[in-house]
Write a protein that binds this ligand. Structure first.
Ligand SMILES: [Zn+2]
Length: 145
């Protein structure tokens, strides 16, 4: 991965710098470990995307939608992150963001999105990469660490 060139969000062709997120190289890992890293990376990107979306909304409320340099930079980052998340996860993320938060934490095995407990066994499977870290009750991405 490196940099991709393309039409910028604000209509200016520019180079997008890829996510600074660095994870170990995955080619020599067993499939489960690779899936696990993939989901950790996905949830980390979605969490950043969620924070950026909230900032973007607030910026637009305060300053309007005119493209200031800050707003452009924000949109570029959003675009770069979106390109690094697969379509299914992105679709789920967008649907959830329309209703509130898409990525939530677990508190004592309770999903902070819907407040319903997730079975300990499922949490363990999420932590070890055997199960996608998605709340079985509300479908939000959960930070299961
Ligand atoms: Zn939930």
């Amino acid at each position: 991965m490196g940099a991709v060139s393309g039409e910028g969000v604000c209509g200016i062709a520019q180079t997008l710098v890829m996510s600074p997120l660095r994870l170990p190289r995955t080619h020599n890992l067993e499939p489960r470990a690779r899936r696990f890293l993939f989901m950790v990376e996905t949830v980390a990107r979605l969490l950043e995307l969620q924070e950026l979306n909230i900032t973007l909304r607030e910026t637009e409320i305060v300053h309007g939608t005119a493209n200031s340099p800050d707003l452009c930079a924000l949109k570029e980052r959003v675009q770069a992150l979106r390109e690094q998340v697969n379509m299914d996860h992105l679709a789920r993320f967008d649907r959830l963001m329309r209703q509130g938060l898409a990525v939530v934490r677990l508190h004592n095995d309770n999903c902070e999105g819907c407040n319903i407990g997730i079975a300990r066994g499922d949490v363990n499977r999420m932590v070890t990469g055997k199960l996608e870290p998605i709340c079985p009750h509300c479908g939000r991405f959960v930070l299961a660490s």
